[in-house]
Every structure is written in C-alpha cells, then in structure tokens.
Design a binder for this molecule. Structure first.
Ligand SMILES: [Zn+2]
Length: 151
C-alpha cells in the first residue's frame, strides 16, 4: 500500500493507545496485514511503467509529504507527548517499507535484510488495475479520518 495508508494507520493506532509496547508491534503488524489487501502502489507502478530511481523518489516524496500533512491535520491539536507517540506510530507503520527501500535504491540488496525482504514480499498482494488497487486504500484513509475527527 501507499505510505499514506501505512503511516496513517500507525499514527491512528498510537493515538488510540499511546503505549509503545502496544502500538509499536500493532503498527508494524498492520503494515503486513494492509500489504495483504490487494493494492496498487509505487512498487506496482514502478514495474508497470518502468520508473527510474528519480521518478520513484519523486512519487515517494509526494506520498510521504501527503502522509505528513494528513497526520499533522488530524493530530496537531493533541498534547505534545501524544504527538511523539503518533509520529512514532506512523514511522512504525512504514518501517517495513523503509527497510525495503535499501533494496530499491542500492543496486545490491543488503544481505542482512534478505530474510526480511522474503517475508515482506510474501505478504504483498498487488494489482496493476489502478481502481481496484486504490479504492481499499481510499476507504481505509477515509475511515481513519472519520474515526479521528469523530472522537
Ligand atoms: Zn510494504
């Protein structure tokens, strides 16, 4: 899934339960669960349209910027200690993709992460059909926005 969905989910989990022993494993686990949902993301677009590293960097920067803006919009009124947990939750939500980034950007994948790449890849269910891959993510993002704003 896109970083927006992963980061927002991790941030939301941390906002609901700002206890690191709870939200850190939940946010990391949510990443794999969400990747299991058939989705369209930058990795799929990269293979479909043969994106180069600069195009991937531009898309990922956009993805992360929108993630940060949404998280700020939803949680900027929360007390400061809460905001630290929310940021940590968001980072845990995208942590598996941050680790995977070394595989994309370095031509030689880091051997220490090979078992992790294999594990991460096993959870990935993607589609090249944009609509069927985007709507579950839009639904998730709208649900988190709704749940956060209605608290
Ligand atoms: Zn992933």
């Amino acid at each position: 899934m896109v970083s927006i969905a992963h980061a927002l989910t991790g941030a939301y989990l941390a906002s609901v339960c700002p206890e690191p022993l709870v939200y850190v494993p939940l946010a990391v686990a949510s990443h794999f669960i969400l990747d299991y949902v058939r989705h369209y993301d930058i990795g799929v677009a990269m293979k479909k349209y043969h994106f180069g590293k600069i195009q991937i960097a531009i898309w990922e920067t956009l993805d992360l910027t929108i993630s940060a803006a949404l998280i700020w919009w939803l949680f900027h009124t929360y007390p400061l200690p809460y905001q630290g947990h929310i940021l940590a939750g968001a980072l845990c939500g995208i942590l598996p993709d941050i680790i995977e980034t070394s595989d994309y950007f370095f031509n030689q994948p880091l051997p220490i992460f090979r078992p992790f790449y294999y594990f991460h890849e096993r959870f990935h269910h993607s589609t090249t059909h944009v609509w069927w891959g985007v709507w579950p993510q839009l639904f998730l993002i709208c649900a988190i926005v709704f749940l956060t704003l209605s608290r």
